[in-house]
Design a protein around this ligand. Structure first.
Ligand code: 3LM
Length: 396
């Protein structure tokens, strides 16, 4: 479809369905073939040498590239409006490979005060073992960002909305500060997907995803993907991806390509359902502190409207009677599943303090806004009245 792109750019849903693969001319296979191979045969010894030297294009070995994975990378790059994408075995493989590619011993990373638990865990490894320091900072305030920049700050790393508090950071501000200070800005866009937010359009440098979530959408795979400038990602491909080896398997790339075809329609439904569930929770006498960017009561509702094309499917809330009441409510659910992860067509509910963010020390967790009793609900695409009825019976 590339020849037509320049004449009349295709819309999001069209790119989601078609980009990255044309039915192959030999067989006409409509679905993307799964190139389940570890290695690729060279037509001659000389060609093999040239491919290794980077003097001739062509596949070599699936840890360095695979056609099924390449189709996925092309599709996600187009959706995120980036030059290039690079797929990984998990979101954490993507995040760790990108950060390892950007820093060296003695450098500093400035992070949002609010990060997925294992991202926080990886920062602790960098600090304890590799002398790469980090600071968590409240990035809702520009002054606090600029005053936290150090001479050795090489990366600004953020989540927006943050997992699980849904706090939002102004992407225009982060993109601008990164350019002004020549610091690479990395945005974890997992909670939004490219359908709802495209950080590169705001001047940020790199987007990372846990593709396990909305991109895959069906709770049947673990994957990660990074999007950004071609030169940078090719360097990552031939360093921290190749030499650590956290690559995506062809079958998982196939599942992702299939999942992404319906990303936009799924996200519309997630957003509609979540707004109704959030409004129900906000009006329930036993519930307090509902965090959903689509609610008018959400402190950053206006910023959410400015930079997000929808408010997503995640809601966090507390019960007035605290932790015990929250866990008891989770145990009474019949339709909603008690499970970590998010962005699946199934509604999933979890308790961050004891699950996704249990690796974050309590003092830091509280500073992030993750109270002991906080519950996170990933609203699926079921009939919304069934989701609400289940929550209502569990609360009563
Ligand atoms: C979770 N999150 O339930 P993988 N970035 C963000 C994430 O939410 C996650 C990752 C990266 C959850 C997973 S907790 C054991 C389950 C914003 C994952 C990491 O490596 O693909 O899991 O992505 O919040």
């Amino acid at each position: 479809m590339s020849s037509k792109d320049s004449k009349q750019p295709y819309g999001f849903h069209t790119l989601a369905v078609h980009k990255g693969y044309e039915p192959d001319s030999q067989t006409g296979s409509l679905a993307l073939p799964i190139h389940q191979t570890s290695t690729f045969v060279f037509p001659s010894a000389e060609v093999g040498g040239k491919r290794f030297a980077g003097e001739e294009a062509g596949y070599v070995y699936s840890r360095l590239g695979n056609p099924t994975v390449a189709a996925l990378e092309e599709k996600v790059a187009a959706l995120e409006k980036g030059e290039k994408a690079l797929a990984f075995a998990s979101g954490m493989a993507a995040i760790s490979a990108i950060l390892l590619g950007l820093v060296r011993s003695g450098d500093h990373i400035l992070c949002s005060r609010g990060l997925y638990g294992c991202t926080f865990g990886f920062l602790s490894i960098l600090k304890d073992k590799f002398n790469v320091d980090y600071t968590l900072c409240d990035m809702r305030d520009e002054e606090s960002v600029t005053s936290s920049i150090q001479k050795n700050t090489k990366v600004i790393y953020i989540e927006t909305p943050m997992n699980p508090t849904m706090q939002i950071i102004d992407l225009t501000m982060i993109g601008r500060i990164g350019k002004e200070h020549q610091i690479t800005t990395v945005v974890d866009n997992t909670f939004m997907s490219p359908y709802l937010q495209r950080p590169l359009e705001y001047g940020c440098d790199v987007v990372v995803h846990s593709a396990t979530k909305y991109l895959g959408g069906h709770g049947d795979l673990i994957a990660g993907i990074a999007v950004g400038k071609e030169d940078f990602l090719e360097e990552i491909r031939f360093t921290t991806l190749k030499d650590i080896g956290g690559i995506l398997a062809p079958f998982d790339a196939f599942l992702l390509v299939r999942g992404i075809k319906t990303l936009g329609v799924r996200m519309d439904r997630h957003c509609q359902n979540a707004l109704e569930v959030a409004s129900f929770l906000e009006n329930h006498p036993k519930v307090t502190n509902v965090m959903y960017p689509g609610l008018k009561s959400f402190p950053q509702h206006e910023l959410a409207k400015k930079q997000m094309d929808g408010f997503g499917g995640l809601i966090s809330f507390e019960l007035k009677d605290g932790l015990e009441a929250g866990l008891s409510m989770m145990n009474k659910l019949e339709l909603l599943k008690r499970a970590v992860s998010l962005g699946d067509v199934d509604s999933l509910i979890q308790h961050p303090a004891s699950m996704t963010h249990s690796v974050v020390p309590k003092e830091e967790r509280i500073k992030m806004g993750i109270a002991d009793g906080l519950i996170r609900l990933s609203v699926g695409i079921e009939n919304v009245e069934d989701i609400i009825n289940d929550v209502q019976q569990a609360l009563s």
